[in-house]
Design a protein around this ligand. Structure first.
Ligand code: HEM
Length: 342
């Protein structure tokens, strides 16, 4: 009898061991040979699990607070978004912005500054009034701070934090975020004012086609006629108006989360905001280049509001002719260089 009991105990133990081995098998199938977890193993294929649960791509529980989104436990689409946010957007931004900087340096080295070829006449004409300059510089100042604080959101952690340390990065990022939120308001107002005050001069027409065919006098050394704004400036204007509207709308969706948007809507807003902002910054680098070192005599028009008459004749002949016809400049401007007073 004792022998039979001992034998029965052995059989039960062997059976239990076999069960243990069988139940442990799936767990070992989830592991790579080196012991690390293999997330794509058959037994943990997430999509299969989600399909089996019939939950439509995510797993949610029940919560007793009004915000039902907080019951969302697993949302795989969020990982695609994270991949975009942490990898794709950084590539788009780096290629657009560094690419533009490289192009501008190459252009400056090859073409050099667009010179005032007929020299200064000594006569000046009003190009932008005080209100126009105020709106321009208010928008530009906001834009530069928005651009730097926005780039910090995308590139700060991998680029700046290792350089200045976690504490300093946290403090700077907090202030940068405040600036990014609050300066969005004057920036939006500025873009709207730019739209209204310069719309009349930015409707594309046949003069622009000719100007573009001639390389705008920037690629070559010709001076194709242009009105108050040439085709290149009209492009800048529409980039500012349309790009500014896109970043503003998507930005306010992000600033006031879930007011009429779902998680998917928020993700779309973030993608639009990030991509448009990166391209916008790259485009404005081109604008800043031509408004400063790229073209002799351009900056003054936006700084003190006046330009040399010879500059106006070389770059905006049709506009100068209209200004003269309206008597905004008293006498015909001298053709050549400035003559010494007698
Ligand atoms: C340091 C930054 C900037 C500089 C030095 C600068 C310089 C200038 C200058 C000199 C002009 C007049 C060009 C002319 O007389 O024909 C101008 C025009 C203009 N600026 Fe800026 N700007 C800057 C930033 C910005 C920013 C950030 C925006 C908008 C977000 C902007 C929008 C415009 C627009 C729409 C025009 C009229 C079209 C054009 O001339 O291209 N600017 N800027």
């Amino acid at each position: 009898m004792a022998g039979f009991l001992a034998q029965a105990r052995l059989i039960v133990a062997a059976f239990a061991l076999a069960l243990l081995v069988i139940s442990a098998a799936p767990a070992s199938a989830q592991r790579n040979p080196d012991g690390s977890v293999n997330p794509t193993a058959q037994s943990v294929k997430e999509q299969q699990l989600l399909n089996a649960l019939g939950t439509g791509g995510s797993i949610s529980g029940r919560v007793s607070i009004p915000d039902q989104k907080s019951g969302n436990l697993i949302h795989p689409a969020g990982r695609d978004w994270r991949q975009f946010h942490e990898v794709t957007l950084r590539w788009i931004g780096a290629i657009a912005i560094l690419g533009m900087l490289i192009l501008l340096v190459a252009f400056y080295l090859i073409r050099g500054q667009v010179k005032l070829e007929s020299g200064p006449s000594g006569r000046r004409i009003v190009r932008f009034n005080a209100f126009e300059r105020f709106v321009h510089w208010m928008t530009a100042t906001c834009f530069i701070i928005l651009a730097l604080s926005g780039l910090n959101i995308t590139f700060g952690k991998p680029v700046l934090m290792p350089l200045i340390g976690e504490g300093a990065f946290a403090a700077w990022s907090q202030w940068a975020k405040y600036a990014h939120n609050y300066l969005s308001f004057p920036f939006t107002i500025g873009v709207f004012m730019i739209f209204l005050m310069w719309l009349a001069w930015n409707i594309p027409n046949r003069v622009d086609v000719e100007w573009l065919k001639e390389g705008g006098g920037i690629v070559g050394h010709k001076h194709p006629p242009a009105d108050r704004f040439n085709a290149g400036q009209k492009m800048v204007y529409w980039i500012v108006v349309l790009g500014g509207t896109a970043v503003a709308v998507s930005g306010y969706v992000l600033m006031f989360p879930f007011y009429g948007t779902s998680i998917a809507g928020m993700q779309v807003a973030e993608i639009v905001h990030g991509v448009v902002a990166a391209l916008f910054v790259a485009a404005m680098l081109g604008h800043i280049y031509i408004g400063t070192i790229g073209m002799e005599g351009a900056f003054e028009g936006m700084w003190d509001g006046t330009v040399d008459v010879n500059w106006a004749r070389e770059h905006h002949r049709l506009w100068l002719e209209k200004e003269m016809a309206e008597g905004h400049i008293s006498a015909p401007p001298p053709k050549g260089k400035m003559q010494p007073a007698e």
